[in-house]
Design a protein around this ligand. Structure first.
Ligand SMILES: Cc1cc2nc3c(=O)[nH]c(=O)nc-3n(C[C@H](O)[C@H](O)[C@H](O)COP(=O)(O)OP(=O)(O)OC[C@H]3O[C@@H](n4cnc5c(N)ncnc54)[C@H](O)[C@@H]3O)c2cc1C
Ligand code: SF4
Length: 331
């Protein structure tokens, strides 16, 4: 049985106290929300914090407010179950409710939060393993070692962004509020992520993601398609988040497409906007966007399923998501 290492648990009641505790304990401290990813990672010694700063006592993190006209503010501590079953989110932010409802299993969705999901550690088959397993193969640069076992010779880590909600937040052009010891700021979800399997968040480690700001629904249609081996359980090995707005005649006014689990951060497929907007998309337009998505997806051999199969699945998943938004039957 894998056991947790010893640690000190701090349970602040306010965001400011939590940020100050993170600042005081520096590199020794980590934030914990639901703990559904952090605790298993600690058991495998991927993380070895001496201090955990728990967020569960901070009431303001649980709040979900706003409406589809003004936009919604979703507290980072809202559980995935609360997000996926919220009536306004279900009705007006379909992709958010769907992605949250597809994370793992019901027990993990009851504990896991939207903030923890957006900050979840990138994954790799050579890293998400028990300490003894990693020791036997000589470790890697993400923890305890030097090189990369997937791309030997690489100076960077290629662990995969495996959050279901990260590509959705970017596709919807959501913002996130960060609260740190020196103050707070609001940045786009797009700006939160770096293309690096180790240093994957563009925020100070003491900063707490406190809210997700969803923009006004404003006629946008959204969806999320997820590929995984076991439909009841697994992390995504491909995520397709799409957003589209049509005018009264069915012409596309604007579109955005973001892929998850194909790199160390979510990847936007810019051709979706340039190829689909200001027109009634044809089968050729949709196929061109699917091809562009295929080209930008660069899965590596470090997740479930053969990497080339994961890449080939990009085309049908993108087509499926776009056709769902256009209400075109699948051919
Ligand atoms: C078997 C299994 C299957 C899973 N399947 C999926 C899946 O299909 N899709 C998926 O996306 N995830 C999956 N997960 C990962 C995880 O359960 C979810 O991502 C969950 O939403 C994480 O939320 P949490 O509150 O439990 O985060 P925690 O485990 O508490 O934290 C995760 C990370 O986020 C940081 N963090 C937490 N909250 C904040 C905050 N407010 N501000 C800044 N940093 C913060 C923590 O320090 C930690 O690094 C799975 C995990 C397991 C064990
Ligand atoms: S991509 Fe390379 S460095 Fe990163 S976790 Fe995997 S083996 Fe380690």
């Amino acid at each position: 049985m894998l056991r947790l290492p010893p640690f000190t648990y701090i349970a602040p009641n306010t965001l400011q106290e939590a940020a100050e505790a993170m600042s005081t304990h520096g590199e020794d401290a980590m934030l914990v929300a639901g703990g559904t990813d952090l605790y298993p990672n600690m058991k495998r010694r991927q993380f070895e914090p001496k201090v955990l700063v728990g967020l569960r006592n901070i009431r303001e993190l649980r709040r979900i407010s706003g409406d589809s006209e003004r936009g919604m503010i979703v507290g980072a501590g809202a559980t995935l179950q609360e997000v996926s079953s919220h009536p306004t989110i279900m009705e007006h932010y379909h992709a958010v409710a769907k992605a949250a409802g597809l994370v793992s299993t019901p027990p993990l969705r009851n504990m896991g939060t939207i903030g923890g999901n957006l900050c979840v550690d990138p994954r790799c088959n050579y890293y998400n393993m028990p300490h003894q397993w990693r020791k036997a193969i000589g470790f890697c640069m993400k923890k305890d070692g030097a090189g990369c076992l997937v791309a030997p010779g690489s100076s960077r880590c290629w662990a995969i962004s495996s959050s279901d909600l990260a590509p959705v937040a970017i596709a919807l052009e959501a913002d996130v509020r960060l609260v740190g010891p020196k103050g707070e700021r609001v940045i786009s979800a797009e700006a939160l992520y770096r293309d690096d399997g180790i240093d994957y968040l563009a925020k100070d480690r003491a900063e707490i993601l406190s809210e997700v700001h969803l923009p006004p629904a404003d006629g946008w249609r959204t969806t999320y398609w997820k590929l995984r081996r076991r439909g009841s359980f697994d992390f995504p090995i491909l995520g397709v988040a799409a957003r589209m707005r049509l005018d009264g005649d069915g012409k596309v006014e604007d579109a955005k497409l973001v892929l998850g689990a194909v790199a160390s951060r979510p990847v936007e497929v810019r051709e979706a906007r340039s190829r689909l907007t200001e027109r009634w998309p044809t089968e050729e337009d949709l196929a061109a966007v699917a091809e562009a998505a295929f080209n930008v997806a660069k899965p590596m051999d470090n997740a479930d399923g053969h990497f080339y199969w994961r890449k080939r699945m990009v085309r049908p998943y993108v087509l499926g998501a776009l056709k769902e938004l256009l209400e075109v039957p699948m051919s």
